[in-house]
Design a protein around this ligand. Structure first.
Ligand code: PMP
Length: 364
């Protein structure tokens, strides 16, 4: 209890800043929330998900497990899911960490392997959340422009001596894979952990899973949000040596995957891989056809190994607004290093791609 005198001498709120200003982290001042469109278009090609929907086995598994699973905690560190992912990736279960989307694995890895003030080196342009994950963890993102061939600039990335080096292959938003030579040279020369984000690996480019057993610390991240059609369940995973995975599990904690999400993911991995492979084959065929049609209409799409195509345009904001009015959602990107303005367009069933081509022809 304060004495009567002390209370009189220091009025409780005199001279105090407003509450949030006192407790807010200085480094968070100019971090904005992710801006995703709140209203979906009739044809939404903006976020690179599986445009055929979810695999039937996942829907059945979520429905049938929901009643028994919602009132209990899942099994800590989800061993059944890690086993299924390990079989799929061809590695041992202790080389797998699952997360609430691969976002969560990337964010946890930054906390696990870097101290506040350390550097995270990334290519530019690349996945827009990486600088955000770096900054919310007190790290300093350093972006190194891609080469003219849209590959990683090995020398300049290595010069940063970063505690964490992030690569993305195939890269979002260019759609191009990084060359194995560039990836291997970065792993050889990097000062700290190398993360290779392979969210789109099912659609093309080389798998870099073999590199996690090199003697250098390497983490490959993958997701069930794209080829596997489970973006709403939020399941991603990392593949690394047991030592690397052990550190990330410390950060991530025991209960990050909900029980229904775990059941849905296991069902696809066990029973529906052919559904996934067939959809991937359709993406690859439609991607080639869509790129050909775009070229015939005078666009110069960047050759893609992912489930989207990057199309340089003059004014992406204006063009995407016109497409939006026509019911087609695409991602407008402004002033990308070495590319300029561009639209990133997701690839799905052909009737959707045709609607996009028709709307582009009217809008451009
Ligand atoms: N990496 C890349 C390159 C991405 O494009 C995305 C999603 N757009 C993610 C990671 C995160 O996906 P998720 O959290 O759904 O696994």
């Amino acid at each position: 209890m304060p004495t009567r005198n002390a209370t009189a001498a220091t009025p409780p709120l005199a001279g105090r800043k407003d509450g949030i200003a006192v407790v807010r982290r200085a480094g968070y001042d100019d971090i904005a929330l992710y801006s995703a469109p709140q209203q979906r278009c009739a044809v939404d090609l903006s976020d690179n998900v599986n445009l055929w929907g979810a695999p039937p086995s996942a829907l059945v598994a979520v429905r049938t497990t929901i009643e028994e699973s919602v009132s209990r905690y899942p099994v800590a560190y989800e061993p059944a899911l890690r086993n299924a992912l390990a079989r799929h990736a061809g590695v041992a279960p202790e080389m797998i960490v699952a997360g609430c989307g691969s976002d969560d694995v990337l964010d946890s890895a930054m906390r696990a392997f870097a101290e506040p003030g350390d550097t995270v080196c990334l290519p530019a342009p690349s996945f827009s959340m990486i600088p955000v994950f770096a900054r919310v963890n007190g790290l300093v993102p350093v972006a190194v422009p891609l080469t003219l061939q849209l590959d990683a600039d090995v020398e300049r990335m290595l010069e940063t001596r970063a505690r964490i080096t992030y690569l993305c292959s195939p890269n979002n938003p260019t759609g191009q894979p990084f060359s194995p030579q560039a990836v291997e040279r970065i792993i050889d020369g990097a000062a700290g952990l190398v993360i290779i984000d392979q969210a789109y690996a099912e659609f093309g480019g080389e798998s870099f899973t073999r590199l996690v057993m090199s003697r250098r610390p390497v983490l490959v991240t993958r997701t069930m949000s794209k080829a596997f059609g489970l973006a709403g369940l939020r399941v991603g995973y990392g593949i690394g040596s047991p030592d690397v995975i052990g550190e990330i599990l410390k950060v991530r904690g025991p209960y990050r995957i909900s029980a229904p999400a775990e059941a849905g993911a296991i069902a696809v991995l066990t029973n529906d891989q052919s559904w996934v492979t067939e959809r991937v084959a359709e993406v690859v065929a439609n991607r080639a056809r869509f790129s050909r049609e775009l070229a015939l209409s005078g666009f110069s799409p960047v050759p893609s190994a992912a489930n989207f195509v990057l199309v340089p345009v003059e004014n992406s904001t204006a063009l995407s607004a016109k497409l939006h009015d026509a019911g087609i959602g695409v991602r407008a990107l402004r002033a990308l290093p070495g590319i300029g303005d561009a639209l990133r367009i997701g690839i799905g069933p052909w009737h959707l791609m045709q609607r996009c081509l028709d709307a582009l022809a009217r809008a451009a």
